[in-house]
Design a protein around this ligand. Structure first.
Ligand SMILES: NC(=O)c1ccc[n+]([C@@H]2O[C@H](COP(=O)([O-])OP(=O)(O)OC[C@H]3O[C@@H](n4cnc5c(N)ncnc54)[C@H](OP(=O)(O)O)[C@@H]3O)[C@@H](O)[C@H]2O)c1
Length: 249
């Protein structure tokens, strides 16, 4: 896949799946705008990737920061072709009966409203350009309840519906919208899950998790016409057919 001349904005690019995606997309020739709260981490990654990358410190739970980040991306690269809504948090991990209401709401602000903020800021720009690709990182938790994860499950279910809504509203105008459910990935998030000791995901062995490079490569493939059969849907990286197609073994 050659993304030369294309620009991708990646939320949550300071580590994990987002950072791996930045490396894979830059390797494919794309300009990349790296968003996260950890300004040092995205500045280091932008330095590694060179002129193709800019670091834009941004908290996705604040719409005005996301809007400003899209403007910074347009100023640097002149266009926005791909939005990767990846930023996410897993905490609070707590039973519904004891969850802190403020912390519960903050997770929704990041995982659900953050995805909306990215779409809201990017879609008018993409429409003006005649189209674009919007990919959101989903999860098995969008469709399956897990003990202690009410905020995370509810946020991912909401983000999965937002993905479908964006497809319904935008497909006719050239917006390609899809979700990617990666399965479990060896990132900091899984360290937090392991430390909680709650529910079967925390009991998994580290070797059960796939490397962050796998979802990154799947996201790159999703930017091309080869994935068009899945528009408006969610692709699961647990699906052996998809893994085979992408050579992920
Ligand atoms: N790991 C898994 O097994 C797994 C499975 C299914 C889905 N996912 C999803 O994949 C995505 C990436 O997760 P990961 O595994 O790579 O986790 P991670 O290593 O913890 O990375 C999370 C990223 O999100 C960013 N982030 C968190 N809050 C943010 C905010 N308010 N504003 C901007 N950026 C924010 C973090 O950057 P800062 O802290 O610097 O802001 C970081 O770059 C998430 O949506 C997660 O739900 C992960």
């Amino acid at each position: 896949m050659d993304l030369t001349g294309k620009t991708a904005l990646i939320t949550g690019a300071s580590r994990g799946i987002g950072a791996a995606t930045a490396r894979v997309f830059a390797g494919a020739g794309a300009n990349v705008a790296l968003l996260a709260r950890n300004a040092d981490a995205i500045a280091d990654l932008a330095g590694e990737l060179g002129e193709q990358a800019i670091a834009v410190p941004c908290d996705v739970s604040r719409y005005w920061e996301v809007e400003a980040a899209v403007e910074a991306c347009l100023k640097a690269f002149g266009r926005l072709d791909i939005l990767i809504g990846n930023a996410g948090v897993i905490e609070p991990i707590a039973p519904l009966s004891g969850a802190d209401p403020d912390a519960w709401g903050k997770l929704i602000d990041v995982n659900l409203k953050g995805v909306f903020h990215g779409m809201r800021a990017a879609i008018p720009v993409m429409r003006k350009q005649g189209g674009g690709t919007i990919l959101t990182i989903s999860s098995g938790a969008a469709h399956n309840p897990l003990e202690g994860w009410s905020a995370y499950c509810a946020s991912k279910a909401g983000a999965a519906m937002l993905t479908r809504c964006a497809h319904t509203e935008g497909a006719a105008d050239g917006l390609r919208v899809m979700g990617l459910s990666p399965g479990t990935v060896a990132t900091d998030m899984q360290h937090v899950i392991k430390a909680s000791g709650i529910n079967p995901v925390s009991q998994l062995d580290w070797s059960d998790h796939i490397p962050a490079d796998w979802p990154a490569r799947a996201l790159l493939w999703m930017c091309g016409a080869g994935a068009d059969a899945h528009l408006g849907q969610e692709i699961s990286l647990r699906d052996p057919e998809i893994r085979n197609k992408l050579g992920l073994t």
